[in-house]
Structures are given as structure tokens and as C-alpha cells.
Design a protein around this ligand. Structure first.
Ligand SMILES: NC(=O)c1ccc[n+]([C@@H]2O[C@H](COP(=O)([O-])OP(=O)(O)OC[C@H]3O[C@@H](n4cnc5c(N)ncnc54)[C@H](OP(=O)(O)O)[C@@H]3O)[C@@H](O)[C@H]2O)c1
Length: 262
């Protein structure tokens, strides 16, 4: 790509996605904004066009609806100007597993995992052919912590982390940078959807701080960026512990502790 690539941001109408849109517009990237709330995206686009002189398109889409998701997939696979995908749209729901309805958890999985996966799949072959580009997937520290009690949400975010790490290994050699960003509690409307009052929560990161930190990781080409984690060595130690087990997965006999005693 000789020109600055366009950036498609999902969930761009508010919160983390809107902050990403603002930062990339400031950097001179044209944008494609995707979410359901047209009025909010139009207001954001008007402001960013005026402030930064960039071109901004808007796609109104509910990413849990197959036909609307397909429109975004087509744009990603066909529009050669788009070189960066920010897979940010996501939500959370309140309650425990037995309180959450089957339809609600299925919708959560559809947005947080299926849509994110389909959009990455739509753009990756074109970026691989071009030999450059980036896919940013917004996960969560909850995906590392079943103890936090948001089981289905955390499971979707564990998927996002694994997918990102795997795609980084697969697509990195083809020139595509894949980043997983793992925020912790950040001041956005997502907490309204969970039924929590953000003002009663402690240790809340401001959305601008979160996105600025994530972009430091982006510029460094980090595969995994965890803005709230002070000691990067802890993440490295976790990865080293995980990788140390890999050779043992090749054993043909069950481990000693699983063998029947005669
Ligand atoms: N805030 C946190 O504490 C936190 C922590 C860790 C990870 N995250 C992750 O960060 C990402 C952004 O969340 P946020 O905190 O910025 O939440 P948010 O303020 O609720 O914004 C979510 C965005 O996703 C869009 N969206 C929701 N449902 C959609 C659908 N069905 N189709 C299309 N777009 C949809 C929303 O726009 P419309 O309503 O206009 O469609 C909105 O733009 C999510 O993946 C979330 O899991 C957030």
C-alpha cells in the first residue's frame, strides 16, 4: 500500500471503537465506521471529517444478523483501500449462567466471536495477497480469568485471544500484523448493558488512556497488549509456562497418574 490505508472499525458509535476512530482519523487514515446507531456515527463522522479532513463512510449493521454482517464482510474483502480492521464491536450481559437466557448467550457469542471471526476471515486473504495490513481484535482480561464470574463473556474473549495468537503465527509471516488487546474495566456504556453502575466500580480506566496504550502496543507490533498489566514479565512467564508443556502433549502413553494399578 503506497497510500495511508483506510481503517474499518466495528462498534464505532461509542466507547472504545469511537476512540479508535478518533485516533486513526488524527493519524490521517480514512475510516469506515460500523455499528447500529446511525445518528451517533453520523455525528462522530461529521466531527472527525471537519477536524482531520479524512474521508469517512458509515455502514449501519447489526453484526448478529447474517445478512447485515455479510455487507461488512463484502466491504472488507472487496475494498482494497482498507488495510486495517479493528474488530471491536462486542457486548456483555449480566447475571449468572443459569439466569442468562439461552438466546441471550447465543447472541453474545454471535457478536463477540462469530462476527469477529467472519470479519477477520473476510479481510485476511486480501491482506495476505498484498503482503501487508493489520487486524486488531479487542479481547478482555476476563478471557484469562474464569474467577471473575463472567463465564460466557470470558469464554468469548478467550476465543478472541486464542484466535489472535494463532492468526499472528499464521499470518505474521505473510506480512499481516495481528494484535489482541485485552482491556480491563474501562469507562464505557458496556457496564450499563451488564446492569452495573460504573461509578460504583473501582480501578476504572478511562477510554482514551486505554486506546492510547493499545496504540503504543500497535505501533510496537506487540501480538498481545494488556494496558492495565504493570509487569509485562508476568505475561511472558505465563506464555513460557504454557509453551513448556507443549512437548508433553505428544506423549503416546497416558501420564503415570492415569494408569491403573494392577
Ligand atoms: N469497557 C470495558 O470495561 C471493556 C473491558 C474489556 C473489553 N471490552 C471490549 O471492548 C469492546 C468495546 O466495548 P465498549 O466497552 O466500548 O462497549 P460499548 O460502549 O457498549 O460499545 C460497544 C460498541 O459495539 C457496538 N455494538 C453492540 N452490539 C452490536 C451489534 N449487534 N452490531 C453491531 N455493533 C454492535 C455498539 O454500537 P451500537 O449500539 O450503535 O450498535 C458500540 O459501538 C468490546 O468488544 C468489549 O467486550 C470492554
Amino acid at each position: 500500500m503506497t497510500t495511508i490505508p483506510s481503517v474499518l472499525v466495528t462498534g464505532a458509535s461509542t466507547g472504545i471503537g469511537a476512540a479508535y476512530a478518533e485516533r486513526f482519523a488524527r493519524r490521517g487514515h480514512d475510516l469506515v465506521l460500523v455499528a447500529r446507531d446511525m445518528a451517533r456515527m453520523e455525528a462522530l463522522a461529521a466531527r472527525l471529517r471537519q477536524q482531520n479532513g479524512v474521508a469517512i463512510d458509515i455502514i449501519q449493521a447489526d453484526l448478529t444478523k447474517t445478512d447485515e454482517l455479510a455487507t461488512v464482510e463484502a466491504r472488507l474483502s472487496d475494498d482494497v483501500r482498507i488495510g486495517i480492521l479493528v474488530n471491536n464491536a462486542g457486548t456483555a450481559i449480566g447475571g449468572s449462567f443459569i439466569e442468562q437466557s439461552t438466546d441471550d448467550v447465543a447472541r453474545l457469542v454471535a457478536l463477540n466471536t462469530t462476527a469477529l471471526l467472519r470479519l477477520a476471515s473476510a479481510i485476511a486473504p486480501r491482506l495476505a495477497k498484498a503482503g501487508e495490513g493489520a487486524i486488531v481484535n479487542i479481547g478482555s482480561v476476563v478471557g484469562l480469568a474464569p474467577e471473575f464470574g463472567m463465564t460466557v463473556y470470558g469464554a468469548t474473549k478467550a476465543f478472541v485471544l486464542f484466535l489472535s495468537q494463532g492468526l499472528s503465527l499464521e499470518l505474521g509471516p505473510k506480512g499481516i500484523y495481528v494484535q489482541a488487546v485485552l482491556p480491563a474495566t474501562t469507562r464505557t456504556e458496556i457496564w450499563d448493558h451488564v446492569g452495573a453502575d460504573i461509578n460504583t466500580l473501582s480501578n476504572v480506566m478511562e477510554v482514551d488512556d486505554l486506546v492510547d496504550a493499545a496504540l503504543v502496543g500497535f505501533d510496537r507490533r506487540e501480538p498481545v497488549t494488556i494496558p492495565p498489566l504493570p509487569d509485562a514479565g508476568q505475561w511472558d512467564a505465563l506464555q513460557a509456562a504454557r509453551q513448556a508443556m507443549l512437548p508433553s502433549y505428544r506423549n503416546e502413553l497416558p501420564a503415570e497418574r492415569y494408569r491403573k494399578v494392577a
